[in-house]
Write a protein that binds this ligand. Sequence first.
Ligand code: TA6
Length: 343
Amino acid sequence: MTSSPPARPATVLTVTLNLALDVTYVTGEVDWDGVNRVRSVHRRAGGKGVNVARVLAALGHDVLVAGLAGGPTGHAVRADLAAAGLPAALTPVDGESRTTLAVSDLGSGLGSGPGGAARRPQRTALFNEPGPVVSAEELGGFLDGFEARLRAGGIAAVVLSGSMPRGVPADFYAALARRAREHGVPAIVDADGEALRHAPAGRPAIVKPNAEELARALAPAEAPHRAGPLTPREVLHGAEALREAGAGAVVVSLGADGLLAVTPGGTWRAALPYRVEGNPTGAGDALVAGLALGLVEGAPWPDRLRRAAALGAAAVAAPVAGEIDREVFRAVLPETRVDAVDP
Ligand SMILES: O=P(O)(O)OC[C@H]1O[C@](O)(CO)[C@@H](O)[C@H]1O
């Protein structure tokens, strides 16, 4: 008698240490010297890991949202996650969870139609509060819960995303990735600054910076600002450097230009067929969701990268972070090119 293989564990655990209530104001052209009337307001639980979980859940995958939540804003975040049907295991903290504000200016000439006044494309500005101060005890409580989830099994991958609230050491993502690895669970890290510099030491399966974050991570700590963006060659070398430092693969998101991936199986560039207009907030999170799916399914790298890039574009077309426009996803996916890059 043949027995069928055990089902693959499917839950992706997303960690958002700095959970947020994401507020999005959709406005006409912003007047920085005057009164602006807001056309529509969206309020929802956010932070990068929450957005990753939303996209994964929308694609039919099991997720568990972990993080730190406190005060009335933390309460609102919990309620919104519950309303969205996203399972959550949040560690309570005394401090108040933060609010982030995205002001999405629909541009000028709106509604003028073909042949009308020239349109200025939509632009979005973000205002992210720093979040609460977290104590060593609170962080210890989170770590205990994280460890217990890993021990219980059923976690296929962990995603460690976003800024860290004050009081969290810069090498915390590296420590979480190391713990996950000890339990045979691969980790994806999407971080900035010192957290990104430390991340490869935890040997995560994937590190996902954007080009600006990569530039900051490569720059000397005492002079993290450089003039101008990285050249394509510098992006490639930077990604290789993070991989040599311990990351299994490095995927650099390049906005409308797609992504560059340095992986154990080769180096690829995924390029979008055309520029998708909209609100880019959360595009990196949708891309990370695509990478997590590829990791869990063990898909070939070019397929993972094509889907990740297409999900990023589909997120730009959706009005708020954490959502994707499925039609855009379906349209962009087959047209997204993945080309091998000579190292
Ligand atoms: O943790 P941060 O780096 O401040 O990013 C958080 C913010 O980024 C977004 O996830 C978009 O990527 C927003 O939803 C907002 O919560």
